[in-house]
Design a protein around this ligand. Structure first.
Ligand code: SAM
Length: 274
């Protein structure tokens, strides 16, 4: 099929819309990327121009097409126990957290959770390190803009290749093994799945309904495409949800140059609420 051209004025429409809706600022150089990545989608929808696709995108009130667009130009890549230095740090932080929690309640937000590896890793980690894990009241709010990745996350069903790097003990405790005609795959055990509340949530434009405080927030590898203004606002909102001393985890390639009065860098892109 012939490639559909993306005209400069069409690209400008997408750029404006995507910035307003998700805080992603597309530079001029991204025009080729948008054209290349979205051509297949236009064909699937039987659309013959990017202008027609733009109309389709802005009229989709479900937000699913927007999430698809974002997935096409960015990445949902994730993995269990990503950013190993942060898990090591968390090991040393855990005793202080445990000591401060008389009510045995832990609340965590995984913001931009993709297909669920991040929130489930948090639970695997806690199950591994808390000897009385079952007596804790642990809830994780896991949000993402994309319904596609969220439906994968809710099922908690993963290919063997994603699970194999984990220790045998963790796999045994945290997954049910599933044998199918295609081989073996793994599903997160129900007692862990029930501790995660997955919700569709756009970090940039959805109303800020969350009022609960969190013992920690993970927002890793999500803000890489956001511009400074969007990032600044979002970090400001995170700080209002963290009590003094609580950590905020960003991706290893992300660092903050703002909010120095409220967040202190502890290393490995871990920031502590002051
Ligand atoms: C690269 S993944 C990171 C997953 C996980 N946090 C990790 O570090 O492994 C980035 C995720 O952020 C989500 N995302 C991007 N923009 C978003 C927005 N404005 N609101 C909510 N989620 C967003 C994407 O859908 C994607 O699943």
């Amino acid at each position: 099929m012939a490639e559909i051209e993306l005209r400069a004025e069409e690209f400008t429409l997408f750029r404006k819309y995507i910035y307003e809706k998700v805080g992603i600022s597309l530079s001029d150089q991204k025009s080729t990327l948008v054209k290349g990545r979205l051509n297949k989608r236009l064909n699937q929808l039987n659309l013959t121009s990017f202008r027609a696709y733009y109309d389709y995108l802005v009229n989709d009130t479900s937000g699913d097409e927007l999430a698809l667009f974002v997935s096409a130009i960015s990445t949902n890549v994730t993995s269990f126990f990503r950013e190993s230095a942060q898990w090591k740090w968390l090991e040393s932080y855990l005793p202080a957290l445990v000591a401060s929690k008389r009510d045995k309640k832990i609340r965590i937000w995984s913001a931009g959770c993709s297909s669920g590896e991040e929130p489930y890793t948090i639970l695997m980690f806690l199950q591994h390190h808390l000897h009385d894990f079952d007596s804790w009241d642990i809830k994780i709010l896991a949000t993402d803009i994309s319904t596609k990745v969220l439906s994968h996350a809710i099922k908690g069903h993963y290919d063997a290749k994603n699970v194999e790097p984990l220790s045998k003990e963790i796999v045994h405790r945290s997954f049910d093994k599933i044998r199918t005609e295609d081989g073996i795959s793994y599903q997160i055990a129900p007692h862990l799945r029930e501790k995660v509340l997955f919700r569709k949530y756009n970090l940039v434009t959805d109303p800020f309904f969350i009022k609960n405080r969190f013992d920690m927030i993970f927002c890793r590898n999500v803000m890489i495409y956001f511009d400074d203004v969007t990032r600044h606002e979002l970090i400001g909102r995170f700080t209002t949800l963290l009590p003094k001393g609580a950590p905020l985890f960003l991706g290893s390639s992300e660092s903050l140059t703002t909010h120095r009065e409220t967040l202190k860098l502890l290393g490995s892109s871990i920031y502590q609420r002051l």
